[in-house]
Design a protein around this ligand. Structure first.
Ligand code: 5GP
Length: 369
């Protein structure tokens, strides 16, 4: 018989964090955003647990560099060559950009080559401890993914390993035998079509609570990946006990994201001298890593047994990433003062979460400039 879980699973837009009087924090400046992470397989790292997604559009060098410089965590997407990554490491060392929190992504395809690439990175570009690996699979519910994870741990015993994605608590313990961080979230991404094409996925709030509980019980960590619309959602993820948050779309419109700025002209309703006024708007391309575009670009086309599970989008251009990173720092610090949390780690202990029908007042949204 098919099992139907009738409990309602919640997403970020279904909840708010209720402010409360807690420990006496006079200013958001008193909040410590840097957290010490003690990982299951022996390593430690310090930083604010915010990652860029390991996607070709935002898992690029410029975005990674900015996040690392701000004391956050960063990933590089898996399509960079050995020498491209090596040159990046050299440039960061020259510019005093800390590399402790940089995760190099590998995929499941051609795993022998991927492992060799990491070994070459070690011998040719001194990529040695502290080092971090992200094992990327849209679906970690396959035995081959688990076998590869075990093999990578065996080859790189000193690395912090993040693996995913998964969307249920039951598989967490299996991954944590070898991984330090589990990447949780299937179908929540802004460029994702998985829920439309397969009907599969789990809303992020319930997923984070479930996975964090299981992972923390054995000293593991989790990363809430996908579905971050506003900085408030990052705050919610931390309050729900997620150790890390990963965002793609949030960074996709910035100067630092990969790809050129796209200029588009739109005819407005306003008429001057008998002609419609033309308005110019700027965008950047953002596409899912399972989109047809990504398959054409990186995998030589769509295989005939596959369907596209990613969108191709044009995101409004937003300028430098600096403003967004400042908003992230400011938003988290402010959230902490609303709930009396002195550190990010305290957020989940201090937070009271309320389920809501209406999260935001959108009455003047269309008039925003
Ligand atoms: P966002 O922050 O844009 O909401 O979500 C980013 C996340 O979406 C990524 O980290 C990744 O987990 C997921 N993602 C990226 N590309 C695709 C895709 O083509 N299909 C699906 N299902 N998920 C994707």
């Amino acid at each position: 018989m098919t099992q139907i879980l009738s409990e309602v699973y919640l997403d970020y837009s279904d909840i708010l964090i209720r402010p409360k009087m807690g420990i006496n924090l006079n200013s958001r400046k008193e909040v410590n955003l840097q957290r010490l992470f003690k990982f299951k397989h022996g390593q430690t790292r310090t930083g604010l647990g915010v990652f860029n997604a390991n996607m070709a559009t935002v898992g690029n060098f410029d975005v990674a560099k900015k996040l690392l410089a701000k004391g956050m965590f960063a990933t590089l997407h898996k399509h960079y060559s050995l020498d491209e990554i090596g040159e990046f490491l050299i440039s960061c060392r020259n510019e005093n950009i800390p590399l402790d929190n940089l995760f190099i992504t590998i995929g499941l395809k051609n795993i022998d080559d991927e492992i060799q690439k990491l070994k070459d990175l070690e011998s040719k570009y001194q990529w040695v401890s502290p080092r971090n690996i992200c094992i990327d699979a849209p679906n970690f519910y396959i035995q081959r993914a688990l076998d590869i994870l075990a093999r990578v741990r065996n080859e790189f015993s000193d690395a912090v390993i993040m693996a995913g994605n998964i969307a249920s608590g039951d598989i967490c313990l299996k991954l944590l035998d070898y991984a330090d961080i589990i990447k949780c979230g299937i179908g929540s991404g802004s460029a994702c079509l998985t829920r439309k094409q397969t009907g599969c996925g789990t809303p992020m709030v319930s997923l984070v609570v479930e996975c964090a509980d299981i992972a923390h019980s054995v000293g593991g960590h989790i990363c809430a990946d996908g579905g971050i619309v506003d900085v408030g959602d990052i705050c919610k993820a931390f309050c729900l006990n997620s150790d890390f948050v990963m965002a793609g779309g949030m960074f996709a419109g910035t100067d630092e994201a990969a790809g050129d700025i796209i200029e588009k002209h739109f005819e407005t309703r306003e008429i001057v001298d008998g002609k419609h006024v033309i308005e110019t708007k700027y965008f950047k391309a953002y596409y899912g890593m399972s989109s047809e575009y990504a398959n054409n670009k990186f995998a030589g086309g769509m295989s005939n047994y596959k369907t596209s599970e990613g969108r191709e989008l044009m995101i409004p251009y937003t300028g430098s990433i600096d403003k967004i990173l400042q908003d992230i720092n400011g938003g988290i610090a402010s959230c902490c003062t609303y709930i009396g949390a002195v550190t990010v780690k305290h957020m989940s202990k201090c937070a009271t979460i309320i389920q809501v029908h209406n999260q935001l007042n959108r009455v003047f949204e269309k008039y925003s400039v």
